[in-house]
Ligand binder design. Sequence first.
Ligand code: N01
Length: 557
Amino acid sequence: MQHTDVLDGRVDGEVARSCDVVIVGAGFAGMYMLYLARNMGLTAVVIESASGVGGTWFWNRYPGARCDVESMQYSYSFSEELQQEWHWTERYASQPEILAYANYVAKKFDLLPDIKFNTRVTRAAFQEEESRWLVSTDQGTQYQAKWCVMATGCLSAAQTPKIPGLDTFDGRIYHTGNWPHEAVSLSGKKVGVLGTGSSGIQVIPELAAQAKHLYVFQRTPNFSIPARNKPMDAEYENSWKRSYSERREKARSMPAGILCDLGDKSALAVPAEERVQEYQRRWAAGGTGFTAAFADLLKNAESNRTAAEFVRERIREVVKDPSVAELLTPVDHPIGAKRICADTRYFETFNRENVTLVDLRTNPISEVTPEGVAAGSDFYELDCLVLATGFDAMTGALSKIDIVGRQGLTLKEKWRDGPNTFLGLMSAGFPNLFIVTGPGSPSVLTNVIVAIEDNVQWIARCIAHLIEVDGRYIEATQSAEEQWMEQVRKVAEGTLYTQAKSWYLGVNIPGKPAVFMPYVGGLPTYQQICDEVAVDGYRGFSIGTQSPCVERRQVNA
Ligand code: N01
């Protein structure tokens, strides 16, 4: 195996390690990209800021962190041997188990020698003359590569809100998206938690079980369905393993890339009693499949209301104090329009004596002081504060890197009014720069490992094509990109997704343009378009056999 270190060359007097592909990020996308690149006989290096593989599962180590896609599905499908030999112990895998799986994969496929850990990419600049990317890191190292793949993840840039006085707080502040590696003991402590999205909903029951008292600072209540997690059933696991490839194929034909029981009727097409029975059945089964009960739950507001009301009733049933139940009941958005949460005894937690719900809508936080949090006319003395405040999703990790394309164009500048890509895979002006599960792809609306595998395979196939035709560069055309983004916008507008103030829209980040980022047209449709584009000679992309600036000079001559 040829590793990148032996291929050093000089760029502007500096030693830059040279390889075919630079991959940024060693999560599930980066690892698979490395695997495929090496299988193609390419030299590749992965640059990763963490000290280990796993991406989001490396960082999100908070108590209760767990996947909401069943573990038999939330795993790679590219290796039959891997999917047969790995054993998941629970219906929904916990973060430590997913991280163990990522490490197992890295070891099994000997990926570690080509991953540079503890190294953050700070800049990636396209060198037009050579048609190569020069990638610089915070360790002072540089890598020069023909192709650069951003495998930076959709939910990897943790968001810390700007709250007056936050930095004066005397106790420890933890962010769920960047949880310490060492054990955190909260027993006997007064703990505050800010945020009630998926992370908050998972961490709150765990914190309540440890803390002396837990104050939950809630701005917006969320819909959540009991996960009903349980130990893996041996027969269930075996049934998957007996027909893994057929089931994976079926999963790929479903909108979210998840094999599930997808209702095909309108919620309004069945009698009320039957509808409620269906909701009850799904509520008892647990998990996010609840919102797949009827075909139009995310298209028709009236249908959606039936599901939302069912969940609201369950909240009122579980939470004993009616005023607390009312505060926990979401009313400002359709169910599923924000990412639906899956929980383990979340609403029940508010029946505990050591838990207080603080409604920030009526009592906004005015400041954090060294001793605690001031909200409305009340003051909450705290020993530590947990921020479950989410991520600068889909674009955050990319915008932390100074990405410079053709003629000095920066990605930050280009995406100032919202991200623009063709198929989420490439952005015009940035030749040979691929994005895995980028904005404009179904990504976060799917079993993301499926979306990752499909994107990475498309990129590998594209690179193979470029090698075959002696292409020096590939670049999305402006017009293909504009048409695609219009398509992304249009399909989103035909749904209820745009009716929630969600991170899908970017509105959780002050100043971020409100643009609905994922493609909601479903994974099969998206994949079909990607395949057709490739078969059609990469329609919507321009491929050049000379560097872009040589071509420009020839056109201008
Ligand atoms: O983040 P979020 P998350 N003052 O953005 C609140 C995936 N994930 O980390 O809604 C007060 O959803 C904010 O309030 P509001 C999954 O895709 C998956 O929980 O803006 N509150 C909200 O309550 C998920 O959707 C899994 O009013 C502030 C919360 O913080 C995505 O990651 C587990 C605030 C942020 O919720 C993100 O989830 C975990 C402020 N200044 C995560 N700023 C599973 O697989 C923010 N908030 C199960």
